[in-house]
Design a protein around this ligand. Structure first.
Ligand SMILES: [Fe+2]
Ligand SMILES: [Fe+2]
Length: 400
């Protein structure tokens, strides 16, 4: 802290910008999630977007204490959105990561550090651990990106593009005046750069073969094949995370808590995917032995984000409980506690997801000014899953 007197109004407004920046980082990562090919980076994006939303929640909690009931109302909110939308226009996943982490998040770290140095250590003491934790988290996210780019963007052309995009981002953030710099006209995007979001087809890296179609369910009498099928199917839940990512990016006009819940939901689906991969490893397999099924993401993108969310929560997740309970009991009966416990944790998460669907689908209808009732939209969602799902078990349960 220096000896000058901090202006509480300005410090509070800085916190408002920072919480919104964290929320927008989460939504941007979510939008790009299907477009990130590298498997480990995709998982990291799912984790980081949830970390960013938790930081936004903590900052908003502090803002509530500081008597700011509407933290998203601040002078630079449109500018922040403009910056984020330009950052979305990266043309490659490695460029996107370079811009977000090495450009935008480095500026965020400087803003957090500046806040820590300039606020009053006693008067504003409760803000300090929140801001410090946010900075430490952003630094760790940047360190991950530096390592990722060193390993995955080694070709000279990739390095050239990543550097150019990072420099563009730095210039953009500086000109925006968002984090204490002097505002200036924003730089133009590089020639021919246009936003690729929403991503039409989920990407997988070169280690995977991909296929549009899901896998037939083996007979439950073939215990080994059925267990393998179940945990392989869990790995395909990356598609659910990717659909939720697109929903998080595309949905406008919802209250902040919707983005928070959808972010957790998205991260949970990455975890379910990882749980499937870990269990397959325990069963003696490697994920790359199997093709990745990506068709369900692709067809869901043909519908609007409200219906995508409705299909996931009201139909696909709701319907999956019957199979999950049945297989949980089978694992218990056979003494396969490891598989049973994994399924049980998943059921617990899925119960939350379905509850969020019940809470948010009606709100999504309102935000869109949808003339149809919730029941009518849900009936359309069911029809869409029955007609289009490329997962045979999902189609079979939706028909019932
Ligand atoms: Fe799941
Ligand atoms: Fe789920």
């Amino acid at each position: 802290m220096n000896a000058t007197t901090p202006d509480s109004k300005k410090m509070i407004e800085r916190l408002q910008v920072l919480q919104a920046a964290e929320t927008w980082c989460a939504r941007l990562l979510a939008g790009w999630l299907p477009g990130i090919a590298n498997w480990e980076a995709k998982h990291e994006a799912g984790l980081q977007l949830w970390q960013n939303l938790q930081t936004a929640r903590d900052l908003r909690g502090r803002l509530w204490e500081l008597r700011v009931p509407r933290p998203d109302r601040f002078e630079q909110s449109n500018m922040l959105e403009t910056v984020i939308r330009r950052l979305a226009s990266a043309q490659h996943d490695f460029e996107f990561i370079a811009g977000l982490h090495l450009g935008f998040k480095r500026a965020l770290v400087r803003a957090y550090r500046d806040y820590e140095q300039h606020t009053h250590a006693t008067w504003d003491a409760p803000s300090i651990p929140v801001v410090r934790a946010a900075r430490v988290q952003a630094e760790a996210q940047i360190a991950w990106a530096e390592k990722f780019l060193q390993q995955e963007a080694q070709a000279p052309e990739q390095q050239r593009l990543a550097t150019r995009w990072r420099e563009f981002t730095e210039e953009l953030v500086c000109a925006s005046g968002l984090f204490g710099t002097t505002a200036a006209p924003l730089p133009e995007l590089p020639p021919a750069y246009a936003c690729l979001l929403p991503i039409a087809n989920a990407r997988r890296d070169a280690r995977f073969k991909t296929q549009l179609q899901g896998f037939e369910r083996p007979s439950t009498t073939d215990v080994e094949a059925h267990t393998q099928w179940q945990f392989l199917n869990y790995t395909m839940e990356m598609q659910a995370a990717e659909t939720l990512g697109s929903v998080l990016w595309e949905t406008e006009g919802m209250e902040w808590e919707f983005y928070f819940d959808a972010g957790r939901h998205c991260y949970d689906e990455c975890r379910h995917c990882k749980m499937g991969e870990e269990r397959l490893n325990e069963l003696g397999h490697r994920l790359h032995e199997f093709p990745q099924f990506i068709g369900n993401y692709a067809w869901r993108q043909l519908y609007d984000p409200m219906r995508r969310y409705g299909m996931l929560t009201w139909i696909i997740e709701q319907d999956a409980f019957a199979l999950k309970h049945e297989t949980y009991k089978d694992y218990v009966a056979r003494g396969d506690a490891r598989s049973a416990e994994a399924v049980l944790y998943d059921i617990i998460d899925e119960t939350l997801h379905v509850r969020w669907g019940t809470k948010w689908l009606p709100e999504l209808l309102k935000a869109r000014g949808e003339a149809k009732t919730v029941d009518e939209v849900v009936a359309e969602c069911r029809q869409a899953v029955v007609e289009n799902s490329l997962a045979p078990a999902q189609r079979a349960y939706a028909r019932k």
